[in-house]
Design a binder for this molecule. Structure first.
Ligand code: SF4
Length: 455
């Protein structure tokens, strides 16, 4: 089946596609009607843009369902249908793309891999040599001049804070403290409560804040996030989101509301492990999540962070795939500010044991390898890791750190950002318990230029 012959406005709904749908799709007539509506939109420039986007959204949902079916039980011709529907949505959204999105193929191709960073990841490069190379690249690309001292430079370091707004979640991610069947006290903050938290963080210096939430469709709606983003933007904050994968329409609404950054970790790029560790809930859909950063970039997000959760699967393979994913995004969106993160599993809920424990030296190796693979990428480190290791990694290659973090909605106190050692209702334990001021003071002492926002 060749669904890609021709380009709009001619050759859209070709006989091969119609024949395929009539022979394989239980909802063929409904879907053919939808494609006919799409064809009308494309052939008639006077069709209202909102109507055109509505049709695009419905075709994207159809593609989402087909992606899930294809992953569960592939049917001949289905993959071409997935690509065909991608073309239709791109045409309707007026996204300039010559070929269908090809991330799932790109990730399994080693053709873009460079042996230097491969050797760094798989252990062939010695640690001292690797760390020195990573440190030099970081200094070269992330240093700023000191205004009153000619020839003096400082390393830039952005401090950010996660702002948890909801711990309700319908997903069953086996490694997470918020998973649906965990017996914890759940909290969903209303807009006033979120602004109290945002103001506390702002008082502590954080002008860049990361909105974090579980996935609970009745509560964590697009309009909920848009309202939060607008209020935070009105306070002059830079806002990133770390929430469930969204449709293009939702990302567009959040970008329009003022969000500029997306953090979304694939967790693992091994589809089989992914399936095992996400046994129930909407996050089960590997491909929908995989393509989410690209959808966000298409709607105008200018900063995208991806990552893997080390401990779930073979780390060498996961880091390698994450780098390929990052290079793919960089190729598709050359002006995107990309970030990579390697959160590591420490404690997990009862019933799940970390399958691939990672020691400190391996973690340093993987971060340093990321620096060699994509020299100008932002590297992000959270408070999951202990203070001494964070300090060491900061000097080698990290460019963004959280500090004084709480992983509980409403967890920031008005007298400062320091949290209790073990919060039973948090998403994960915070290991670096220093206050934001202690982290800032250490960075200043070590000659870092501490930043609180990107722009
Ligand atoms: S990782 Fe995210 S989606 Fe999964 S259970 Fe935790 S909060 Fe929910």
């Amino acid at each position: 089946m060749n669904c890609f012959s021709g380009s709009p406005p001619s050759g859209l709904l070709n006989s091969e596609l119609l024949q395929y749908l009539r022979g394989n799709d239980d909802h063929a007539e409904h879907h053919i009607t939808l494609l006919q509506q799409a064809e009308t939109c494309l052939k008639n420039p006077s069709v209202d843009a909102a109507d055109r986007m509505d049709v695009a959204g419905r075709i994207e949902r159809w593609r989402y369902q087909t992606l899930n079916e294809w992953r569960d039980e592939p049917v001949p011709g289905q993959e071409q249908l997935i690509d065909s529907l991608d073309r239709w949505t791109c045409w309707l959204r007026q996204i300039d793309r010559e070929t269908p999105r090809s991330l799932r193929h790109h990730l399994t191709s080693a053709s873009s891999d460079d042996d230097t960073w491969q050797a760094a990841i798989d252990g062939r490069m010695a640690m001292p040599e690797l760390c020195e190379a990573a440190q030099q690249k970081t200094h070269r690309l992330f240093s700023v001049s000191v205004s009153d001292q000619p020839n003096a430079t400082k390393r830039r370091m952005l401090l950010y804070a996660p702002l948890y707004v909801s711990s309700h979640c319908v997903n069953h991610c086996v490694y997470c403290g918020f998973k649906y069947d965990m017996d914890i006290q759940r909290t969903h903050l209303d807009i006033d409560d979120v602004m109290v938290q945002a103001d506390i963080l702002l008082d502590n210096g954080f002008q860049h804040q990361l909105l974090v939430a579980g996935d609970f469709p009745r509560l964590t709606t697009t309009s909920y996030f848009c309202d939060l983003i607008q209020c935070m933007r009105d306070r002059g904050l830079e806002i990133s989101i770390e929430i469930a994968s969204q449709s293009s329409d939702s990302y567009q609404a959040m970008a329009d509301a003022g969000a500029t950054g997306l953090t979304l970790y694939q967790e693992t790029y091994d589809p089989e492990v992914y399936r095992l560790v996400h046994p129930r809930g909407p996050k089960q859909s590997y491909d929908w999540r995989l393509e989410a950063p690209e959808r966000a970039a298409e709607t105008g997000f200018s900063r995208i962070g991806i990552g893997v959760l080390l401990g779930l699967a073979d780390p060498v393979s996961d880091v390698q795939m994450m780098i390929r994913h990052a290079k793919y995004l960089k190729h598709q969106f050359p002006h995107l500010r990309l970030a990579l993160s390697l959160p590591r599993l420490h404690q997990t809920p009862d019933g799940y044991q970390v399958k691939h424990p990672i020691d400190d030296e391996q973690l340093i190796r993987f971060y340093a390898a990321c620096r060699l693979a994509i020299p100008d990428v932002e590297l992000v480190l959270s408070t999951r890791e202990p203070a001494a290791l964070r300090d060491r990694l900061a000097k080698i290659c990290i460019t963004q750190m959280s500090a004084g973090s709480s992983t509980t909605p409403g967890g920031y106190q008005s007298d400062g950002c320091k949290q209790d050692d073990a919060d039973p209702d948090g998403q994960f334990p915070v290991t670096d318990q220093r206050s934001v001021h202690q982290v800032r003071d250490w960075l200043c002492k070590e000659n870092f230029d501490v930043r609180w926002r990107f722009a």
